[in-house]
Ligand binder design. Structure first.
Ligand SMILES: [Zn+2]
Length: 91
């Protein structure tokens, strides 16, 4: 019984840690962690593990910036990056 628990508990923890980026994705636009239910877009864009390999947009941001697909999200991320760079350059 003790040996089975010693194997079972780390296995369950590993599975939970492995699936956290899919259960609680991070919105690329508002940078918030939410449940998968609140997301409209959630895809794997790079080969890898973790939040950096995934791109996702929550329903609220999709409505706010009128994002329908992944290319819209990429354009919006580019715009957001450019706006922050311009703000830094102006200061
Ligand atoms: Zn968002």
């Amino acid at each position: 019984m003790d040996i089975s628990f010693a194997i079972l508990i780390p296995a369950v923890l590993l599975i939970i840690i492995f699936f956290i980026p899919d259960l609680f994705p991070k919105c690329s636009l508002c940078k918030r962690y939410k449940l998968r239910f609140f997301f409209k877009l959630h895809t794997l864009t790079k080969i890898g593990y973790g939040y950096k390999a995934r791109q996702s947009a929550c329903k609220k941001c999709c409505r706010k910036y009128s994002i329908g697909n992944l290319s819209d999200l990429k354009n919006m991320l580019g715009v957001q990056k450019k706006v922050t760079i311009d703000n830094i350059m102006l200061k």
